[in-house]
Ligand binder design. Structure first.
Ligand SMILES: [Ca+2]
Ligand SMILES: [Ca+2]
Ligand SMILES: [Ca+2]
Ligand SMILES: [Ca+2]
Length: 278
């Protein structure tokens, strides 16, 4: 490799970070660095993922709810570039799980986003599509359904999240599905519906994956202000919630800066290696 090309690598990285879509939205998380080796480290993503939470559970109690692997939220990942916010979820919960609360079966919720970390989830991303919502669309002014657990972790005493008595008691910090809202953007969602084993510390467990891309323009000035935000997902019972918190310092990383780091570093490392062997 010529010295000129090696020196140009950081710049090339800058150009790539500004143009290419960072992830392919196809339900396959290998582009996030998720592996399938049957080890706990399978859930650790590559460096293009800015924030993530791993919580691979297995037993009946999921905190606050129950349900074992079939309701387990394993991991959630978040990244972004200059155009889109990207979110990926790994779960033991089949997206096709029927929503029949009175038969103790609960479907998946949607992605909820709280800008400002003030407990108000201003935006939702519809994952499956509902009566008044469309898969992949982004909504503001969301009327959220809630799960069947109180903020102290105890059961509300209701099986049906839609019951008025339940809604009075349920924890608003764990919103489930978008009941209604104002459409503010159109993103893209892919998910898998055939359980895949071989991931994580319990390789016989089945896993399902969501992959989501949302235009940053959906968030208006909330994004432009560099606001802190939380991305959250759970099932309609809210038996197991998972979320990614932003950096506690306040400002989010400059979009694009982190994405080009690995490529920029490659250039610097190559330059250093070249010097060492010269
Ligand atoms: Ca993918
Ligand atoms: Ca698990
Ligand atoms: Ca979990
Ligand atoms: Ca908020």
């Amino acid at each position: 490799m010529s010295k000129t090309l090696i020196r140009a690598l950081p710049l090339i990285g800058l150009l790539i970070a500004g143009s290419a879509q960072a992830f392919v939205i196809d339900g396959n998380l290998s582009d996030w660095g998720i592996k399938r080796t049957g080890n706990a480290s399978d859930w650790i993503p590559n460096s293009s993922v800015f924030k993530y939470t791993i919580e691979d559970q297995h037993d009946s109690k999921l905190d606050p709810g129950y349900g074992g692997q079939a309701y387990d939220a394993e991991a959630i990942y978040m990244s972004w570039d200059t155009s889109n916010l990207y979110i990926a979820i790994a779960t033991g919960h089949n997206p096709l799980t029927l929503d029949r609360p009175l038969s103790n079966s609960y479907g998946p919720g949607d992605i909820a986003i709280d800008f400002g970390n003030n407990g108000v989830y201003e935006y939702g991303v519809e994952l499956l599509g509902g009566a008044t919502t469309t898969k992949g669309h982004v909504y503001s002014n969301v009327n959220w359904a809630l799960g069947i657990w109180k903020s102290n972790g105890s059961w509300t005493g209701y099986y049906d999240p839609a019951a008025a008595g339940n809604r009075l008691l349920a924890d608003p910090a764990h919103p489930t599905s978008i009941l209604s809202g104002t459409q503010v953007g159109i993103g893209s969602v892919a998910f898998t519906t055939v359980g895949q084993n071989g991931y994580g510390a319990w390789p016989n467990d089945l896993h399902y994956f969501y992959e989501v891309s949302v235009p940053l323009s959906s968030f208006g000035s909330n994004w432009a202000n560099g606001n802190v935000f939380t991305v959250h997902w759970t099932q309609n019972c809210a038996n197991d919630s998972i979320w990614v918190d932003p950096p506690i310092s306040g400002a989010v990383p400059e979009p694009g800066t982190l994405a080009l780091l690995p490529i920029g570093m490659m250039g610097l490392l190559a330059l250093r290696r070249k010097k060492a062997t010269a």
